[in-house]
Design a protein around this ligand. Structure first.
Ligand code: ZN
Length: 271
C-alpha cells in the first residue's frame, strides 16, 4: 500500500507558522515515503469559514513551498475535497451509527454540562460529558446533537509514530462526544474519520492537541468496521512567552510574513 498523507487546514483565518510546521512535517513524510499528499479543505464551520481565507490558504501554502497531488483546486480520484460538499457521505455514516445504537440524542447546552460537572476540568480539551442524556427519550421535534456512547473504563491504545505508545481511558480521559451537531452538521470527529477512510489516508500527521481526538476516532473506526490509519502527532509551536500559536498571532501568519518580504526558505529552517 502506498503512503497517502494529507494537509487539512480549516479556512477560519490566515494560516500561521504553527500550521506550516505541522504541514511541513506531513509533506516531508509523504515525500520520504514516495507517497501522495492530499489537500482537504475543512470548511464545515459555516459561521467562521470565509472565502477570502480559502483563497489565502492556497496562495500562502504554495508560497511557503507546499505541493499537493490531490485537492479542491487540482482535483483527484476522491473528489470533492471540500468538506462542505461531502455532507451526504457524512450523513450516511451518521445513519449507520444511529442504526447500530452506538449514538444517542443529547439536548444539553454547554451550560447544562458545566453545571452538571462537580469539578472544573483542567485540560484544554472539552469537558467530559456527564452522561445526562444517555437514557433520555427524545421528544419529537426537539433539536438535539448526537453523541457517541464511549465504553466506560476501556483503555484505548495506539502507537504514535512520533511519540510512541499512547493510552487513554474512555469515560475518564474523554467522554461521550458529539458526532452530529444540533445545527444538522457533522462534527469534526465524524467528518475526519469518514474522509480519512474514503481518501485512503495511510498516515495522519497533525498537532499533539489532537491526541485525545485520536482515541475518540479509533472508537469510530472500530464501530464502523474500518481500518484506522497510522498517526503522527507533532509538538505544537509556541510564541516567546510559551503560548501556543493561534490564528490571533497575526505577526506570525504566513500572509503577514509574505507581505513583509520574508523568504520561505529561511522560514523553513526555523520550523
Ligand atoms: Zn445531554
Amino acid at each position: 500500500m502506498s503512503y497517502r498523507g494529507r494537509l487539512a487546514p480549516s479556512p477560519t483565518g490566515y494560516l500561521h507558522l504553527g500550521h506550516a510546521r505541522t504541514f511541513w512535517i506531513a509533506q516531508q513524510r509523504a515525500i520520504a515515503a514516495n507517497g501522495t499528499l492530499i489537500l482537504r479543505n475543512e470548511d464545515l464551520d459555516r459561521a467562521r469559514c470565509k472565502p477570502e481565507f480559502v483563497t489565502a490558504m492556497y496562495h500562502d501554502l504554495r508560497w511557503f513551498g507546499f505541493e499537493w497531488q490531490e485537492g479542491p483546486d487540482v482535483g483527484g480520484p476522491h473528489a470533492p475535497y471540500n468538506q462542505s460538499e461531502r455532507i451526504d457521505l457524512y450523513r450516511r455514516v451518521f445513519e449507520e451509527l444511529r442504526e447500530t445504537g452506538s449514538i444517542y440524542p443529547c439536548v444539553c447546552s454547554r451550560k447544562d454540562i458545566e453545571q452538571a460537572l462537580q469539578a472544573p476540568h483542567a485540560s484544554d480539551d472539552e469537558p467530559i460529558y456527564p452522561g445526562t442524556c444517555r437514557n433520555r427519550q427524545l421528544e419529537a421535534g426537539a433539536r438535539a446533537s448526537w453523541r457517541f456512547r464511549v465504553p466506560d473504563g476501556e483503555a484505548i491504545s495506539f502507537t504514535d509514530q512520533a511519540r510512541g505508545p499512547q493510552t487513554f481511558v474512555a469515560g475518564k480521559d474523554f467522554g461521550d462526544f458529539v458526532v452530529w451537531r444540533h445545527d444538522d452538521f457533522p462534527s469534526y470527529q465524524l467528518a475526519v474519520v469518514v474522509d480519512d477512510n474514503a481518501m485512503r489516508i495511510t498516515e495522519v500527521v497533525r498537532g499533539a492537541d489532537l491526541l485525545l481526538s485520536t482515541a475518540r476516532q479509533l472508537l469510530l473506526y472500530r464501530t464502523l468496521g474500518l481500518a484506522a490509519p497510522a498517526f503522527y502527532h507533532c509538538d505544537l509551536m509556541t510564541d516567546e512567552s510559551g503560548v501556543r500559536l493561534a490564528k490571533r498571532h497575526d505577526a506570525l501568519s504566513l500572509r503577514t510574513l509574505r507581505l513583509r518580504g520574508a523568504d520561505p526558505a529561511d522560514l523553513r529552517t526555523t520550523l
